[in-house]
Every structure is written in structure tokens, then in C-alpha cells.
Ligand binder design. Structure first.
Ligand SMILES: Cc1cc2nc3c(=O)[nH]c(=O)nc-3n(C[C@H](O)[C@H](O)[C@H](O)COP(=O)(O)OP(=O)(O)OC[C@H]3O[C@@H](n4cnc5c(N)ncnc54)[C@H](O)[C@@H]3O)c2cc1C
Length: 352
């Protein structure tokens, strides 16, 4: 049995990994193949309260009180003012979270977990607690050579453009992407515009470039990756999985930042109790699995609405989005959706 070098090892230092790390005190190792905040894969849209309650409001680039959903030639605008969204600077957000943690950060690539040790390009490490926050590949829980199962992963691609706007937009246009959606997320000095394939089609560069050309938009560098659209396993053996590594990205809206931060914070609180010796690792794992299971039904409902969005004719979608915008209905579902991850948490916003 190798000597324990750390109390906990966290693989992946993006949203999930940093959310876990800021809850844990003690000898902790945080591993990532990139510098923290250096490689952005996301449009970085999330409710404003998330950035505020985490103490990283300085990273906010633009606040959004309107969301427009375009289906075919119809457009419906939702009022988000009760729970506004924001877009933020990825590097500033991550660096802000890192500053709240006392983990040792090491830039290295993790290859796998073998015989209880985390193997990396710079040697191997061990700890009683291991948390996999390595994104959709889940390098620790899935092992090396993971291939995305098309039905369970969405692929998204986007680019920075000079388009300025004062609200978020989703568009569903079968001519641009057959089973998916597009988005325009203003970020102050322009917008991130992208498309996502719920069917996991990764060859999106050509249709996105065609869309830009058609709209007369000049685009900068493209970035994108897979993200899950189905809830996966919260624990595998004695390893905790958080964020995309556990399939926690929300189906339909593809919002993965907030679940990664929420489940990361909850997992981190449990890990802290394990590290402090107030619960055993087995109890901690069981508690975390039970917490995630409580949300399985909500994920199923979102997954079902995603299926409808993928398959229903545009006229139906226009009708459904118009219905969801009607006052009595919108007042019920929007605050509920917008406050997911806040209610019951110590980091709930004042308005929750
Ligand atoms: C184009 C696009 C736009 C999106 N826009 C939004 C949005 O606006 N809002 C939203 O809520 N969600 C959005 N998402 C989804 C969101 O980005 C993810 O759900 C979220 O990033 C998940 O966070 P995470 O910490 O679990 O994983 P990630 O952010 O993927 O982080 C995983 C980390 O693990 C590291 N890592 C991976 N493998 C290894 C390894 N072998 N060794 C060491 N380190 C490793 C990576 O470098 C990375 O830092 C978008 C996704 C895409 C693709």
C-alpha cells in the first residue's frame, strides 16, 4: 500500500474542480493539463447570482434581462429580470475561484487511475479521496481512450464575433443544424455565436461558417467540444465524479456551468467532512450519490423537452415557446429554473 501523499486529489481545474477545491481545507492537489482559466470551451453564460455569490462578480462582462428564442420565422422574448443572466470572462472567473482555495495546483496531464494512484505525465500521486472533474472524458472514472457515445453527448462549436446585442438568443433552425440549436451570447465587446448538435455531430465548422457568411458576420477563432446531455454516474468505485465527468450538464439548454459549480460545492462539503474525519469515505460517497439522485427526475424532464425540440416541427416549437412565455406559466417555471443550484445551498442568492 503506497503512503498517502495528499488528503484529496482533484483532477480538472475548471468549474467543477474549482468548486470542490474551494470547500476543502488541508493537503489537497489540484491537477489540470492547462493553466487555470487558460482554455475556454464555453460561452460562459450563467445566472448573475452565481458569479455574485461566489465572489467573482468582477468577471462579469454583460448582464442579460431578456432571452429571445427564434424558431423558424417566429421569435419569442422572455423576461429574465427576476433572475437575470450574465456572460463572464472565463479566465477571471476561474482565477477568482482558485484564489479562494489553498490547494496545490500542478499543471500536468492525468492518464488514468491505477492501483489507487493517479498517474500523470509528471509522476503518480495518491490520496484517500479522489474527485474526477475532468470534463466529458472523465479520465479517472472512464479510463483512457474514452469515445463519446453519440446519443449521450452534444457537440458545441462557437466563435467570437463583433455582433453587439443586449439580450441572449437561442435559435432553432433545421437548415443550420438538423437536431440542435444555435446561440448568440453577447459578451460586451461582441458576441459568442455558436451551434450545438444534440445528436453529437462534431463536424459543425462548415455549417457554422455558412451561417456566418449568410448573416454577413466576420468570425474570430472557433472553439468547442463535447458535453453530456444525460446524467451519468456520480461515483465510480471510490471516486467522486462532478460536472461533465458525471454527465451533470443540463439537457435542452446545455447549461453545464451551474450544475458543475453546484454539485462541485456540495461534493466539496462532503469531501471536507471526510478529510476532517467526521464521516468515512464510504458514507461520503453514499451521501453524494444520494444528493445527485434527487435530481434525476428533473434531468429526465429536461431530456424529454430536448427530444421534443429535436424532433417536433418548427410550427409546434413556435407554439410551445409562445405558451411557455405566457405570464402565469412563465412566472412559475422561470424562477424555478433560474434558481436551480441555489435553493437549499449555503450559497443561495438573497432573492432565493
Ligand atoms: C461551445 C460550448 C458552449 C457552452 N456554453 C455554455 C454556457 O454558456 N453556459 C453553460 O452553463 N454551459 C455551457 N457549456 C457547457 C459547459 O461548458 C460545460 O458543461 C462545463 O464547462 C462543465 O464544467 P466541468 O468543470 O465539468 O468541465 P470542463 O469545463 O470541461 O473542465 C474540465 C477540466 O479538466 C481538464 N482535463 C481534462 N482532461 C484532463 C486530463 N487528462 N488531465 C488533466 N486535466 C484534464 C481540462 O483541461 C479542463 O480544465 C458550453 C459548452 C460548449 C462546448
Amino acid at each position: 500500500m503506497p503512503a498517502t501523499e495528499y488528503a484529496a486529489i482533484i483532477v480538472g481545474a475548471s468549474f467543477a474542480g474549482l468548486a470542490v477545491a474551494r470547500q476543502v481545507r488541508g493537503r489537497m492537489l489540484l491537477l489540470d493539463r492547462h493553466e487555470v482559466g487558460a482554455v475556454q470551451t464555453s460561452a460562459c453564460g450563467t445566472p448573475l447570482w452565481v458569479a455574485e455569490t461566489l465572489g467573482v462578480a468582477a468577471s462579469v462582462l454583460q448582464v442579460h434581462e431578456r432571452l429571445t428564442v427564434r424558431t423558424g420565422r417566429h421569435a419569442i422574448t422572455y423576461d429574465l429580470s427576476r433572475v437575470p443572466f450574465c456572460t463572464f470572462d472565463y479566465c477571471a472567473f476561474c482565477q477568482g475561484l482558485l484564489a479562494q482555495s489553498d490547494a496545490r495546483f500542478l499543471r500536468t496531464t492525468v492518464t488514468e487511475l491505477r492501483d489507487g494512484r493517479v498517474l500523470t505525465a509528471d509522476g503518480s500521486f495518491c490520496a484517500p479521496v479522489i474527485v474526477d472533474c475532468s470534463g466529458w472524458r472523465g479520465v479517472v472514472v472512464n479510463g483512457p481512450g474514452m469515445r463519446p457515445d453519440r446519443g449521450a453527448y452534444t457537440f458545441g462549436l462557437e466563435a467570437h464575433t463583433p455582433v453587439r446585442d443586449d439580450g441572449l438568443t437561442f435559435f432553432i433552425d433545421r437548415d443550420v443544424v438538423a437536431r440542435g440549436l444555435g446561440w448568440i451570447f453577447p459578451v460586451g465587446d461582441g458576441s459568442l455565436i455558436g451551434i450545438g448538435s444534440y445528436a453529437g455531430r462534431s463536424k459543425l465548422r462548415v455549417p457554422l461558417a455558412r451561417y456566418f457568411e449568410h448573416q454577413g458576420i466576420r468570425a474570430g477563432a472557433y472553439h468547442g467540444t463535447y458535453f453530456p446531455n444525460r446524467l451519468g454516474r456520480a461515483i465510480v468505485g471510490r471516486v467522486f465524479a462532478v460536472g461533465d465527468a458525471a454527465g451533470q450538464c443540463l439537457p435542452l439548454t446545455a447549461e453545464g456551468i451551474r450544475p458543475a459549480l453546484y454539485f462541485g460545492a456540495e461534493c466539496g462539503k462532503i469531501v471536507q467532512r471526510v478529510v476532517a474525519g467526521s464521516v468515512t469515505l464510504e458514507v461520503g460517497l453514499a451521501e453524494y450519490r444520494a444528493l445527485v439522485e434527487r435530481y434525476r427526475e428533473a434531468y429526465r424532464i429536461l431530456r424529454w423537452v430536448q427530444w421534443v425540440t429535436e424532433h417536433a416541427p418548427s410550427a409546434w416549437l413556435s407554439l410551445l415557446t409562445a405558451l411557455a412565455a405566457r405570464r402565469p406559466l412563465h412566472r412559475r417555471w422561470w424562477p424555478r429554473y433560474g434558481l436551480f443550484g441555489a435553493v437549499g445551498s449555503a450559497e443561495a442568492p438573497a432573492s432565493a
